[in-house]
Design a protein around this ligand. Sequence first.
Ligand code: ADP
Ligand code: MG
Length: 363
Amino acid sequence: MQDAPSRGKLAFRTQGITKTYGAGEAAVHALRGVDLEVPSGELIVLLGASGSGKSTLLNILGGLDRASKGRAQFFEAELTEMSDAELTMYRRKHVGFVFQFYNLMPSLTAFENVELVTEIADNPLDPAEALSLVGLKERMDHFPAQLSGGEQQRVAIARTLAAAPEVVLYDEPLANLDPERRRGLRALIRRLAREHGTTLVYVTHDPAEALEIGDEIAVMEEGRIIERGAPEDVYARPTSLAGARALGPITVLHGTWDGETLQTPLGDVPATNLQAGPGPCRVVWRPESLRAGGVGPVEVVVDDVVARGPDWAFVARLDGHEIRGRSADRLEVGASVRVTPGAPAAVLAPEATLATRREEATA
Ligand code: ADP
Ligand code: MG
């Protein structure tokens, strides 16, 4: 195993990883062939609904679990070929975990909780320094029960920092915290990873969190990675309906692309992000590309309006389809409005659906 991994190399590389729990009728296919590359020093987010296989993948990368098939490498080392003892050594030497539950020892102070891991680490940080970095210098002598949830999670982060591992694996670490704390800790997690050159794999089901934390986002669905790219790309140029929906609300309408004009029920729109040949297609927009007002050819009926601050988000209906857009002014529920459509985020083949599972059943 490598002691001085450099930037630019792959910290992780998996090929065709599958994971099946149980057998026969009761078998659960948690991972169905995952190829993933994580360059050293990069912050990658695994985003997906509950049950999509995020934790299973994370645990295999961290040596807490084993793949059923496929290869997983940490730099040059083959995790899939390690003995249990080697996997344990790998975890101790190279990997830090932060889970949703803080797993602090209740009978130890914040300082002692952090100190505990520095005793078995190769190049540990001073526990007091690690606690200062997460803003808990003044609370070092407090016990977990005397700290808020956010503070306890900061102790858990300090504990991982102090061990100074090359990779830190986060599994929904902020899910139990209030929004304010979450924002602060996201920024902290990013900053510390950057400053220490740590490789981060961060699991979440929250698109806002994924967009904020990731250098790259891998969207998982049904045990597969269905989208992968920079946050702005997976948001603005998804390649599938499921991938589009994973990053936030979308509108999907049938359209026609004739090679020159992209016609939709809301009017002609620029043919951007075209992934379908000439003929019928499905057109996908983000809400900010559908503005209320203007001179569109049809009126839509407003179902719901929510204030966002700078503008309003509305949901409207058009022939049974949901239209999700933005409005500069407050709209009345039940009102009819015209919509000015902007550039689509994706123009997909007409048969594009959300149901991967159904495709498999017929495959
Ligand atoms: P996520 O973290 O995305 O919510 P998981 O990786 O935890 O998803 O789980 C993926 C699938 O594998 C789910 O259907 C889950 O029920 C199943 N699963 C996870 N762990 C086990 C296990 N130890 N035994 C049986 N099924 C499991
Ligand atoms: Mg999970």
